[in-house]
Design a protein around this ligand. Sequence first.
Ligand code: SAH
Length: 242
Amino acid sequence: MLLVLSLLVLAAVSMPWGPPAHGSGESDFAAQREDMVRTQLKGLFRKAIQDRSVIQAMLKVPRHLFIPAGNRDWAYADSPVPIGYGQTISQPYIVALMTEALKLQPGMKVLEVGTGSGYQAAVLAEITPNVYTIEIIKALYQRAEATLKKFGYETVVVRQGDGYFGIEEFAPYDAIIVTCAAQHVPPPLFDQLKTGGRMVIPVGGSFETQRLLLVTKDEEGKRRSETLELVRFVPLVRSVRE
Ligand code: SAH
């Protein structure tokens, strides 16, 4: 019994670091994607993702095409993957957990802060066409905009700038997802959230464990928050990089 338990624990701990076990043809990537959904989104030791629209989206979006070619073999691993410029694409489970927490319906308007590779924006766009995303690093912004267009996510509006201020032009939003860790919930983002809206945001110091918060705006405009998970995200920075 003890042996079985420790093997299970070892399996859980070693999973993110396991070497990619597949080749790299397109059908093989599709098989890896199915594995990812089956083992990581509904796996042991975590709260299973229930929302069908999130599961469908993650089955569909070709995550490997959002990752620089040299790192593609890691695209469906249970871990974040480097995307250049010191940034990472989030672990698939965290993408699913955050998307599910938004309770998105088709037609809702959603803002993402931290476009990175564009992958999270594509997952959102599988659920609603009204996706707005902002990235502070110019090269990532340009690459993500091109990738999203190339793979059929033309409705996603991509901007470059400091997402601390949201994108006022298209506010208010039904949902806001922040994919970099902030020191506090940026007031401009809370202002741009509709009454009844939902925001998911990691809050805490750089490169330490942060709290993934679900922030909601009630009928009186008051803020409520709850912690969903402990996470590690790259920091929300404040200087725009050319
Ligand atoms: N959601 C992304 C991963 C994001 S990594 C994906 O699916 O690939 C976090 C991103 O936030 C990085 O690209 C980083 O450059 C960006 N970022 C950091 N601070 C920001 C800010 N103030 N405004 C907008 N983007 C920011």
